[in-house]
Write a protein that binds this ligand. Structure first.
Ligand SMILES: NC(=O)c1ccc[n+]([C@@H]2O[C@H](COP(=O)([O-])OP(=O)(O)OC[C@H]3O[C@@H](n4cnc5c(N)ncnc54)[C@H](OP(=O)(O)O)[C@@H]3O)[C@@H](O)[C@H]2O)c1
Length: 313
């Protein structure tokens, strides 16, 4: 078993085949095992990933390592949406704990804000779980700055999750400094731009017809030209230091000084490649060039859009 890795979380969205076609259960299991053996101790899931399948798979596999690693040395996070019936919150949490074979969850996030349903009644329903220790910490995911500040003054919120990659840096600077000021743990997700920043997907034709990533904004006009420049720059930069583009993309995120980055992998090799490349330090000039390109892409996105899925709330 390798030494524990700080700052990196294994995400499990892709470990069920909803949204991520042709994902084999056997590969998902090997991915989790490779992460544990490679030193990952932090894991992230959500009750919506595969409609509970990712929670179930992760919980079952982690349990097999409790004897050798110790449950107390793992940090396990999941997420719930704001339910239509607030009183359903307790049921959702119980379901998550049961599916994951857990007596407690380290972090429970509210997955997304809603423009029609306030989050406070859900937080009120979560509080008894915090008080009895079955939820160790509460987190907010994808919430706007103004709500984070207000909710943190009213509830014991400890974590804040948001996207960060070369294709999506919007609000990172402001959220990062807000997290520092409010003493929140800053957790950035999708450092590989959902996989678009490896050298495998320069165009949408590389995805199968059911793959949701075909709809990502970076493959459309007016964003595609800057995206292709980012891809090519990553490829050349990585080759000049003998690394994979994905390693440079993750190194760029790590240099942003967030507390954690949630990385996604679909097979053992992807985890091993990432672990192997963790010590990459990218030269300042390379970092600055990539940083500039990420700003150029951001400048093309409408000011009202606050997430890379272009959801409007
Ligand atoms: N809070 C939220 O709303 C939210 C939203 C999104 C994600 N998340 C969390 O963040 C986690 C990570 O997100 P993500 O999966 O979108 O992130 P990502 O790390 O940006 O992309 C992961 C994808 O990149 C590809 N990849 C991984 N390692 C690679 C390697 N070494 N070489 C080449 N390609 C590689 C794989 O896809 P292919 O092999 O198919 O190319 C993999 O599924 C999720 O699992 C989830 O836990 C949270």
């Amino acid at each position: 078993m390798a030494m524990a890795i700080d700052h990196l979380i294994l995400g499990t969205w892709a470990l069920s085949d909803r949204h991520w076609p042709n994902q084999l259960r056997s590969d998902s299991i090997k991915t989790i095992h490779a992460a544990l053996k490679g030193g990952f101790r932090h894991f992230d899931t959500a009750n919506s990933y595969g409609n509970g399948l990712a929670e179930q798979l992760l919980g079952q596999q982690l349990k097999r390592f409790y004897a050798s690693i110790g449950r107390e040395n793992l940090s396990i996070a999941s997420k719930i949406a704001i339910p239509v019936d607030y009183h359903g919150t307790a049921k959702l949490i119980e379901k998550t704990l049961r599916r994951m074979c857990l007596t407690y969850l380290d972090v429970l996030y509210i997955h997304w804000p809603s423009s029609t349903r306030p989050v406070e009644p859900v937080l009120d329903e979560i509080m008894p779980f915090v008080e009895n220790g079955r939820i160790r910490s509460i987190g907010l995911s994808n919430f706007p700055l103004s709500s984070i500040e207000r909710l943190t003054s009213e509830y014991p919120i400890r974590y804040c999750q948001f996207p960060l990659s070369l294709i999506w840096r919007r609000s990172f600077d402001s959220i990062g400094s807000l997290c520092k000021r409010l003493n929140l743990t800053a957790v950035a997700y999708s450092p590989l731009g959902f996989g678009t920043l490896s050298d495998k997907h320069p165009t949408i034709e590389t995805f199968s017809s059911e793959d949701w990533r075909r709809d990502l904004y970076c493959y459309k006009k007016p964003y595609i030209d800057v995206f292709l420049t980012i891809s090519e720059t990553l490829r050349q930069s990585a080759s000049s230091i003998g690394m994979a583009p994905s390693a440079v993309a993750v190194a760029w995120c790590l240099s942003k000084q967030v507390d954690f980055i949630i990385f996604g992998a679909r097979n053992r090799q992807q985890v091993e490649q990432l672990v192997h490349s963790l010590s990459v330090q990218i030269p300042e000039e390379m970092y600055n060039h990539l940083d500039q390109l990420s700003k150029e892409l951001d400048a093309l996105v409408d000011k009202d859009i606050d997430n890379p899925f272009f959801h409007r709330w």
